[in-house]
Design a binder for this molecule. Structure first.
Ligand code: PGA
Length: 226
């Protein structure tokens, strides 16, 4: 694997308890790459908000070369918005933030206007934004850093898109949105990760289920090392 830059962004979704978070980082800390990540790799882990602080401590204690990300962000600045986590709160622990995941669009009725506000808040704070889209026709607000192509039918189904089609769609996304970094998500696993990242236009992956298991996550990283 010789690609210059590959992003592997693990999305834990609404999973894990405190002990499982500790166990995940403890396993990752046993891996060679955890303290000296090959230059071609950027690894981001996106735990639930309640574990960002703990994750940050575990990364610091283990001197791990992992980045943290939030899975969502409030469209508001801090204030009287019960239940919301603002961009500046996330930025205290993390450098990245996922916005517009299809599960949020579907289960929380997030629309283009709301997502544009979320992107603004994240941008003001300096968070790097990973913005999820269905295809090249999905609206992308200005200021997004990474676009993730995630076809709904491929998410959690064990039936990923073909690398060839993902490459085609991602090529179209790059052209339409003048995007530099576009990754693929949807049933990515240690078995198929190389078939995606070896494609011309695909700059990385966004695994959900496979990122929960530290063994699988480590296997995915090892395979993409230069
Ligand atoms: P999956 O999830 O890898 O479990 O399909 C990907 C995602 O929803 O980001």
């Amino acid at each position: 694997m010789t690609k210059d830059k590959i992003y592997i962004i693990g999305n834990w979704k609404s999973n894990k308890n405190r002990q499982e978070v500790k166990d995940w980082f403890a396993f990752i800390a046993t891996q060679d790459f955890s303290k000296a990540m090959p230059e071609n790799l950027t690894i981001v882990v996106c735990p639930p908000f309640t574990y960002l602080s703990l994750s940050r401590v575990l990364i610091a204690e283990g001197k791990l070369t992992l980045n943290l990300g939030g899975q969502d962000v409030s469209p508001f600045k801090e204030g009287a918005y019960t239940g919301e986590v603002s961009a500046s709160m996330i930025k205290e622990y993390a450098d990245f933030c996922i916005i517009g995941h299809s599960e949020r669009r579907k289960n929380f009725a997030e629309n283009d206007d709301l997502l544009a506000e979320k992107v603004k808040r994240a941008k003001e704070t300096g968070l790097k934004i990973i913005f999820c889209v269905q295809d090249e026709n999905t609206f992308v607000p200005p200021g997004v850093d990474i676009i993730a192509y995630e076809p709904i039918w491929a998410i959690g189904s064990g039936k990923p898109d073909t690398p060839e089609n993902a490459n085609k769609v991602i090529g179209a996304i790059k052209q339409r949105h003048q995007a530099k970094v576009v990754i693929y998500g949807g049933s990515v696993s240690p078995d198929n990760i190389l078939s995606f990242v070896s494609m011309e236009h695909i700059d990385g992956v966004l695994p959900g289920g496979a990122s929960l298991d530290p063994v699988k996550f480590a296997q995915m990283i090892s395979q993409c090392k230069k």
